[in-house]
Design a binder for this molecule. Structure first.
Ligand code: GDP
Length: 300
């Protein structure tokens, strides 16, 4: 899992630690070095706020610890990145009843269906019975794609025809899972940000449907964001956040970008924990977000 993570984050590693090594090698610590490090962090999409916090930390701690060589700032940088990323960590909260319900949000192309498929496969491998709810009834292709993942993963799919009421699909999925004693329902939703009002209504109706069937069960609501667009996903995410309570984030496609640092401003600005990251196409490339593994993969 760690070697896959390392491989998946290699572009971001190049941007952060390889660039850091290049600019700090053989240099004494001074203001111009801090400026260069600042540029490196900004280019990796770490964001202005976190970058300033990190540079401030490097300045103060290097003085305090009497560090004078540029290269020796690396340990401080790792330490601070870990401290910040640790606050972005979050685990799935699935409640203690059956079924656990996870609702997935995200615009088309963000990697939502793939994420659902990978998670379904992982849960099935753990011996859990999984139901996929095809509540993106807007596109026929979305239903087909979910069906492919159901087959591949060994999950059961609940679907209606294109154009059906998404809440009706959710009702059937959760209700049948409840009566059969299935462990988990993963719900795919439509990814169009048509109008905020429409999105809000649809999501609220879906949530009401779940609550009626499972009044005491938390609904883990996961927003899937495309990692290759870095911090640009923040605005898009805000629309979803304003439409419903989002309890976790998945950042996909980190293997395709040098902007992996964006995980920091995304979780900081949205105040939502990152629960998984996607670092490749394979099932095991969807990994729980772990701050320590992440920092180690960037630097070792
Ligand atoms: P959806 O429209 O949000 O359901 O998006 P899809 O799940 O269809 O994903 C869009 C594309 O991104 C597909 O080609 C996926 O294979 C790809 N994808 C999703 N997650 C990852 C990832 O972590 N890494 C890479 N390299 N590709 C991914």
């Amino acid at each position: 899992i760690v070697s896959k993570l390392k491989e998946g984050l290699s572009k971001t590693k190049k941007q952060i630690s390889d660039s850091f090594n290049l600019i700090s090698f053989g240099r004494k610590i001074d203001e111009s070095l801090f400026e260069d490090i600042e540029m490196v962090l900004l280019k990796a999409d770490v964001g202005l706020k976190a970058t300033e916090e990190i540079i401030q930390f490097l300045r103060e701690e290097s003085k305090k610890r009497k560090i004078t060589e540029g290269e020796d700032l690396k340990e401080l940088l790792k330490e601070k990145l870990y401290e910040i990323l640790k606050k972005c960590e979050g685990k799935l909260e699935l409640g203690d009843q059956k079924p656990a319900v996870i609702l997935f949000l995200g615009i088309n192309g963000s990697g939502k269906t793939t994420t659902i498929g990978k998670l379904a496969s992982q849960f099935v491998q753990e011996g859990k019975s999984v139901v996929l709810a095809a509540a993106d009834t807007f596109r026929a292709a979305a239903i087909d794609q979910l069906e492919v993942w159901a087959e591949r993963s060994g999950a059961r799919i609940v679907k209606h025809t294109q154009g059906a009421d998404p809440s009706a699909v959710v009702y059937d999925a959760v209700n049948s899972a409840k009566s059969r004693g299935d462990d988990i329902v993963l719900i795919d939703t439509a990814g169009r940000l048509h109008t905020k009002e429409h999105l809000m209504k649809e999501l609220q109706k879906i949530k009401r449907t779940i609550k009626k069937l499972m009044p005491d069960q938390p609904v883990e609501t996961i927003l899937v964001l495309d990692g290759t667009i870095g911090q640009n996903s923040i605005n898009q995410a805000k629309t979803f956040k304003e439409s419903t309570d989002v309890t976790g984030i998945v950042i996909t496609k980190l293997d395709g970008t040098a902007k992996g640092g964006a995980i920091i401003p995304i979780c900081q600005e949205l105040c939502i924990p990152v629960k998984f990251i996607g670092v490749g196409e394979d099932i095991e490339d969807l990994q729980p977000f772990d701050a320590k593994n992440f920092v180690d993969a960037l630097f070792d």
